[in-house]
Design a protein. Structure first.
Length: 265
C-alpha cells in the first residue's frame, strides 16, 4: 500500500454489500480489511433491526470502531433501511454506490446506471488488484461475469441464474425432484435422481462458465485473467478448466476503493 492510500484510509470504514441472498460486512482500518461478517438478507427489515445486526456483528470483526460507511445495495426496499442504520452506527450518512459516483473506470455499458452496485465494486477492485484484461466471475443469486478489456475499461458483462437458484427452480417446478446438496457428483452420468440433478446443476454451471470464458476471450481477442468470487468460489474455481484466482473479499475491497475516491473529508 502506498503512503497516499494509507493516509486516504485513515478513517475506520464499514463497507456493507447487501445482496439478494447474503449481506456482507467488511471493516477497514488504515485501508486494511481487518474483519468480515455475513448475514442472511431479510426481505423485510427495519432500520432498528439492521442497527441491532450491526451492533452484534461489529465486536466480532475487530476492535476498530467505524467512523464512516459505504453501502452497496441491490435490493431497493432495503437501501434506506441500511442507510439509516449505518448513519446511527457510524455517526454520519454512508456513501451510497450509485449513479454519479467516481469509479476511475471508463464504462462502455450502454447505460452505466443499470450496472448494479456490487458489479461496480467488483470491476473497480479487479482492475486495481489484477490489472487488465480481467474477467470477474461473481457467484451468488445470479452468476455475473464482469469484463475489463485490455484498455482497462468495463466492456460489459453477462448475467445468468446462479447455481443455487437453478437447483431451487428445478425442485419447485417438478414435483418429483428433490432439494439437492450443491456439490459435484462423482461422475457426469448420474445413476440416481440426486446425482443426475447435481450433474445438471453443478457440472452444468461449470460447463457454462468455461464456455462463456472461452467466448469472452474470443471476443476480446486475448486471454484475460480470471478471478472468481462469491458463494462457493473456491469449489467452483477448482472445477472449471480455466486457471482462476479466488478472491473472497473482492467486492468489499472495491467498496473501499470507491469510498477513497469519493470520500467527503
Amino acid at each position: 500500500m502506498t503512503h497516499a492510500e494509507k493516509s486516504a484510509g485513515e478513517k475506520n470504514l464499514l463497507a456493507v454489500d447487501v445482496g439478494n441472498t447474503t449481506t456482507r460486512l467488511g471493516l477497514f482500518a488504515d485501508g486494511e480489511l481487518v474483519g468480515t461478517w455475513e448475514l442472511t438478507t431479510r426481505e423485510r427489515l427495519t432500520a432498528d433491526e439492521a442497527r441491532m445486526q450491526l451492533a452484534q456483528a461489529l465486536p466480532m470483526m475487530g476492535e476498530a470502531a467505524p467512523e464512516a460507511a459505504i453501502l452497496a445495495c441491490v435490493v431497493p426496499t432495503l437501501a434506506d433501511v441500511w442507510s439509516r442504520a449505518l448513519t446511527a452506527t457510524c455517526g454520519g450518512r454512508p456513501l451510497v454506490v450509485g449513479p454519479g459516483l467516481k469509479t476511475g473506470v471508463r464504462m462502455r455499458y450502454d447505460d452505466p446506471s443499470e450496472v448494479g452496485a456490487d458489479r461496480v465494486a467488483d470491476v473497480v477492485a479487479a482492475r486495481e488488484a489484477y490489472g487488465a484484461p480481467v474477467v470477474v466471475v461473481d457467484l451468488g443469486t445470479t452468476t455475473n461475469f464482469e469484463v475489463i478489456d485490455a484498455d482497462g475499461a468495463f466492456a460489459g458483462g453477462i448475467i445468468a441464474p446462479g447455481v443455487a437458484l437453478g437447483a431451487r427452480s428445478l425442485s419447485a417446478a417438478a414435483a418429483r425432484l428433490p432439494v439437492i446438496e450443491l456439490r459435484a457428483p462423482r461422475a457426469v452420468i448420474g445413476r440416481n435422481t440426486r446425482a443426475a440433478m447435481q450433474s445438471g446443476v453443478v457440472l452444468g454451471e461449470v460447463a457454462r462458465i468455461d464456455g462463456l470464458l472461452d467466448a469472452i476471450a474470443a471476443e476480446l481477442g486475448c486471454e484475460p485473467r480470471v478471478v472468481v468470487t462469491g458463494d462457493g468460489a473456491a469449489a467452483m474455481a477448482g472445477l472449471i478448466r480455466h486457471e482462476a484466482l479466488v478472491d473472497d473479499s473482492l467486492t468489499l475491497r472495491g467498496l473501499w476503493h470507491l469510498w477513497r475516491a469519493n470520500r467527503r473529508g
